[in-house]
Design a protein around this ligand. Structure first.
Ligand SMILES: Cc1ncc(C[n+]2csc(CCOP(=O)(O)OP(=O)(O)O)c2C)c(N)n1
Ligand SMILES: [Mg+2]
Length: 821
């Protein structure tokens, strides 16, 4: 345990306690508490590595200083130039974080095997660095935020810039969460013998405001528990977020320190710049700083020396002029000093056993001038004036004349391809394994699995089987494939038994880096709960967010690690898209590939669970994601056809950047054999399942096909009305095809030659089938499960929504009557 220390001198402890007890008796408990607090805070609010312990700096500081100056300038110039077109961008974030990245680029980030999560709003500086290295041209910089013209995306978007960005980070909270699970996934690949990732390190650069997102801290204990010392968080504590101070009345550094320590992390603080060293010899000043609210400290940083002296240094004997005090308080921070940043990073990498967080203090907007630095509105300042550029030039000592600055737009500055700055930067990158950020995909197609796994499903079964079970059995078979079996990554948030997956426990085993250090209570049973270092299953516990983060890491492993993995994440469908839809969006941005499986789908199919469990809309949410192919299969053989095609489309020779969403049901139903010639229809979204006379057409998906078939029988027997039943495997794919087809859309091709009204029914809200209504071009009726779910028997709830066979038959009769009338 990291945070439990033994009492090596109980005698001394007893003496101290006695003294404190005496204070408490004589001066009261408040006084004793004050002393303790003072002791605690003063010891805590200092740099972890004091100046005298800093390691020697391994680089050429003068050159690095110049490189950083160019990057600062060009980032600001890029945004200001775009600002003239009203395009916006962020100046202050990178300005405060520049050294955090420069030290990483020159000494830490390994281009071959590290993964770096850049803070989204710092992207201008990352582009500026790539410009200095000759990776981006001036023309590209000028197209920042002008993507239709081939320009640079505003933030790290792998989909928009797939040879550059690896990790989409700008939706705050997802970066830190994904970084933890990426580090964890690196270990998983290693422990399973798929890839040696022992040299990989994950760096996550985060804002202090971003730490408020629940996702940012959601996985901290996992990271410590699993001993992820291949992970470092760097939190840029500039004390500000978008609107104002992150913690006006308290202190963010202390709060984060407690949170991370409590979670079992190693904490490194890099707070004060070198100029504070002498001042901080005063315990009184250290204590004052430790009790100054962040809002006040921000004000001090933007104030005159006189104010600073009165508010912070009153009564203290300080040998500094007002101007010196102003300079120190306004800008001397560890995060602006490469030596201090280097020392903190070294500490982080040297620490073994648990991950490290570096809490680094900076000034938001640093070097952009007094109008920007530490100002509440600086997050949204989008341009600097000519005067501000001139001042910046002087401060950073950059070679640009007043005349060159006189134009409308500030120029980009580059020291030239053969300059010492560029040579140095490139040499450092070469030594560190190549350029970064960068994303490369070495194509590595996977072979098709054996056909017999799918033909088993195509045969059907008389015994009722739920499609969830059919899917799980299929994957279980596929996991035995010699070549691709080990690439499957089953992910499930404490719901494996619900989906019949416990049969995987003893064979595939549950991943734990610790192995199994206990006798499982069910070890005598065939399906005992088996954990192992090389386990294949990621049984995540109750965290859909964590599961999605694991899925994201596995789904992009083909690019991040050159190792295609086949994740399937199976979840209660209600707790998928609506709970973690933003992660699905980020997954699409990260070009992830794999199978998302919404189990216990439908508003009426899971009995008795009610309003918060009954999912009648995830198909609609999924339809909004452009990278997602969403299917709602009715039969086991459809599941087989879709999975086989998915494997080809995502892992075959012409792999596409898509992922799948399949909804599967828990209602055991007879599984028919696959009719001839339906495969194309299954994949495109529709085929006629059972002809019945063609007077009307019932389109249905998922479990609803059974109600439609029953309605077909009723109509035939009771009314002599012959109706066709169609299986719609994907409403959204049909719509997508219809919207983009140049010729006749597939839906119309499939239904060509038929007549009569169309009635659609599913276990989803009507808006799901209504997606295709405009393209049917026939009288259209839809039935669905609009509104909140409720508990009851399947039959009673279906009657409530009007999707039971009798209601469907009534709707058909009405539609036929109207069409004839
Ligand atoms: C989920 C989410 N909510 C809101 C935003 C909008 N946003 C962008 S930056 C920002 C403030 C960031 O503050 P901080 O994390 O402290 O970063 P820094 O001060 O380094 O810019 C906000 C609210 C976002 N990008 N993502
Ligand atoms: Mg901040």
């Amino acid at each position: 345990m990291v945070y439990m220390e033994t009492d090596w001198d109980p005698q001394e402890t007893a003496e101290w306690l006695e003294s404190l007890e005496a204070v408490r008796r004589q001066a009261g408990p408040e006084r004793a508490e004050f002393l303790l607090r003072r002791l605690a805070t003063s010891g805590r609010y200092l740099n972890t590595v004091p100046t005298e312990d800093e390691p020697a700096y391994p680089g050429d500081l003068a050159l690095e200083q110049r490189i950083a100056a160019y990057d600062r300038w060009n980032a600001a110039a890029m945004i200001t130039r775009g600002g003239k077109l009203g395009l916006g961008g962020h100046l202050a974030t990178y300005a405060s974080a520049a050294w955090l990245y420069e030290v990483g680029f020159n000494h830490f980030f390994h281009g071959g095997h590290d993964q770096v999560y850049f803070q989204g709003h710092a992207s201008p500086g990352i582009y500026a660095r790539a410009f200095l290295e000759g990776r981006l041209s001036e023309e590209r910089l000028d197209l920042f935020r002008r993507e239709p013209e081939g320009g640079l995306p505003s933030y790290p978007h792998p989909r928009a810039m797939p040879d550059f960005w690896q990790f989409p980070t700008v939706s705050m909270g997802l970066g830190p969460l994904n970084a933890v699970y990426q580090a964890r996934f690196n270990r998983y690949l290693h422990n399973r013998g798929i890839k040696d990732t022992s040299a990989s390190h994950v760096w996550a650069f985060l804002g202090d405001g971003e730490m408020d997102e629940p996702e940012s801290t959601a996985a901290l204990t996992l990271a410590a528990r699993e001993g992820l010392d291949n992970l470092t968080f760097v939190i840029n504590c500039n004390l500000q977020r978008l609107d104002g101070p992150v913690r006006g009345n308290t202190r963010i550094v202390q709060e984060l320190e407690s949170v991370f320590r409590g979670a079992g992390w190693n904490v490194v603080k890099a707070l004060w710049g070198r100029d504070w060293d002498d001042l901080l010899r005063s315990d009184e000043l250290v204590a004052r700083l430790a009790e100054t609210p962040d809002g006040q400290f921000q004000t001090l940083a933007a104030s005159s020396g006189d104010y600073i002296r009165q508010r912070l240094f009153h009564g203290l004997d300080v040998p500094h002029s007002d101007e010196e005090l102003r300079r120190i308080v306004s800008g001397s921070r560890a995060g602006h000093e490469p030596r201090k940043v280097y020392a903190a990073y070294r500490r982080a990498l040297e620490h073994q056993g648990v991950p490290t967080v570096i809490l680094v203090q900076t000034v938001k907007g640093w070097t952009l001038g007094a109008g920007v630095e530490s100002r509440n509105a600086n997050h949204q300042m989008k341009k600097l004036t000519q005067d501000e550029f001139r001042a910046m030039r002087d401060r950073l000592d950059l070679p640009v004349s007043d005349a060159e600055l006189a134009g409308d737009l500030p120029p980009y500055l580059h020291p030239g391809p053969g300059s010492p700055e560029v040579e140095y930067a490139l040499e450092r990158r070469r030594a560190l394994g190549g350029p970064l950020p960068g994303r490369t995909v070495t194509h590595h197609p996977l072979p098709d699995p054996d056909e017999r796994h799918f033909s088993r499903l195509a045969k059907g079964s008389a015994q009722p089987v739920a499609t969830t079970m059919a899917f799980v059995r299929l994957v279980k078979d596929l996991m035995r494939e010699p070549e691709t079996g080990r690439r499957w990554v089953p992910i499930v948030p404490d719901e494996a038994r619900t989906f019949g997956m416990e049969s995987l426990f003893p064979t595939a085993k549950i991943y734990s880096p610790l192995g199994q250090r206990y006798d499982a209570v069910d070890r005598e049973l065939l399906l005992s709960y088996t954990e192992a270092t090389d386990g294949q299953i990621l049984l995540e516990g109750i965290t859909e967010a964590g599961s999605m983060a694991s899925f994201t890491a596995a789904a992009s492993s083909y690019a991040t690690h050159g190792e295609p993995m086949i994740p399937f994440y199976i979840f209660y469908s209600m707790f998928g898209w609506q709970r973690t839809g933003d992660q699905m969006w980020a997954l699409a941005d990260q070009l992830g590939r794999g199978f998302l499986v919404g189990a216990t789908a439908g508003r009426t199919t899971m009995t008795g669970e009610g309003l918060q469990h009954a999912d009648g809309h995830s198909q609609l949410l999924a339809s909004a994601n452009p990278a997602c192919l969403a299917y709602d299969p009715a039969f086991a053989y459809e599941v087989g056809v879709i999975v086989r095609d998915g494997l080809r489309r995502m892992y075959g020779p012409a792999a596409e950047d898509v992922f799948y969403y399949l909804t599967v049901y828990n209602e055991p139903m007879p599984q028919p054999a696959m009719p001839e010639g339906v495969e194309e229809g299954i994949l495109k979204g529709i085929y006629r399942y059972r002809e019945g006379g063609g007077q009307a057409h019932l389109l249905s998906s998922g479990t609803a096909i059974h109600w439609a078939l029953e309605a077909q029988r009723l109509l035939e027997e009771e009314y002599g009305l012959g109706v066709d039943v169609w299986s719609v495997t994907s409403w959204s794919e049909l719509r997508r095809d219809a919207m983009t087809a140049t010729g006749v859309p597939y839906l119309r091709q499939a239904m060509a030659g038929t007549r009569g009204p169309v009635i659609a029914v599913s276990d989803w809200m009507r808006a799901v089938p209504d997606q295709i209504a405009p393209f049917v071009q026939r009288p259209w009726t839809s039935l669905g499960t609009d509104g909140f779910g409720l508990s009851g028997t399947r039959e009673s709830v279906r009657e409530h929504f009007g999707v039971d066979p009798r209601s469907i038959a009534d709707a058909v009769l009405k539609a036929v009557e109207e069409a004839e009338g």
